[in-house]
Design a protein around this ligand. Structure first.
Ligand SMILES: NC(=O)c1ccc[n+]([C@@H]2O[C@H](COP(=O)([O-])OP(=O)(O)OC[C@H]3O[C@@H](n4cnc5c(N)ncnc54)[C@H](OP(=O)(O)O)[C@@H]3O)[C@@H](O)[C@H]2O)c1
Length: 208
């Protein structure tokens, strides 16, 4: 699948490498393209670099891996993302990362979906801390972490579910996009656990 990734920091850069290893074609971009260029060199032939507009055109799926505050600037340079599947991994954290800027009666995912009404926004991967992606081996203590995904378009969710399992996680159907109101606080709780002393090599696992 053609995957565009906007933001090549801790999250976007590692996701590019993981999906490229599974033979997906990736195009990445960031504010300063130097960082994206380095990721493309490290990841090999399946990863290319383009402008924001190039990436928005290229991807059947586009990953939003930039800070919440950049959403208006990204949309102003890319357009509507009409017909695209958006994987929104964004957590609207405060500057000190110890709180959420919005929540409970809305979420970053819902606010983003309102700004790009022609796109199919799926909230996913936001509860995974970047050190878990960096390790290469996704399993923790022989357990496969759960990746929750929610959204309002079944076809989009099914494609995102496949992309989640491609990189080794257990995908978990998590209902409509309004459930991002609960997934975003879950990500903040991972931060709280990490700073309490557990470190960031931790993840959620659903037991049935
Ligand atoms: N870190 C985690 O463990 C984690 C876990 C789950 C979810 N998230 C979420 O994932 C997102 C990315 O986090 P991160 O830790 O990867 O951040 P990061 O390392 O700071 O990387 C952010 C990336 O976004 C790019 N960017 C910023 N403004 C942009 C703009 N206007 N246009 C295009 N690209 C822009 C940056 O480009 P430049 O470097 O060129 O400025 C950089 O490549 C955040 O929303 C965060 O809440 C993070």
């Amino acid at each position: 699948m053609n995957i565009g990734i906007i933001g090549t920091g801790n999250m976007g850069g590692n996701l590019a490498k993981l999906w490229a290893r599974k033979n997906h074609k990736i195009m990445v971009t960031s504010k300063d393209l130097k960082q994206s260029g380095e990721i493309a060199v490290q990841a090999g032939e399946n990863v290319s670099v383009g402008s924001l507009k190039d990436v928005a055109d290229f991807g059947e799926v586009i990953v939003f891996a930039f800070p919440y505050e950049a959403i208006d600037e990204v949309i102003s340079k890319t357009g509507s993302f009409s017909g695209k599947i958006i994987i929104d991994i964004i957590n609207p954290l405060t500057e000190d990362i110890l709180g959420l800027k919005i929540g409970f009666n809305t979420s970053a995912a819902e606010e983003i979906a309102k700004k790009i009404p022609g796109a199919h926004v799926v909230k996913a991967i936001n509860t995974i801390a970047s050190p878990v992606l960096e390790r290469g081996n996704i399993e923790i203590d022989a357990n496969t972490p759960t990746v929750f995904y929610c959204g309002d378009n079944e076809d989009a969710k099914s494609k995102v579910s496949k992309l989640i399992s491609d990189i080794g996680f257990e995908p978990m159907e998590s209902g409509p996009l309004t459930n991002a109101r609960y997934l975003e606080p879950m990500a903040e709780f991972i931060v709280q656990l990490a700073v309490t002393g557990l470190g960031a090599n931790i993840a959620y696992k659903i037991l049935k």
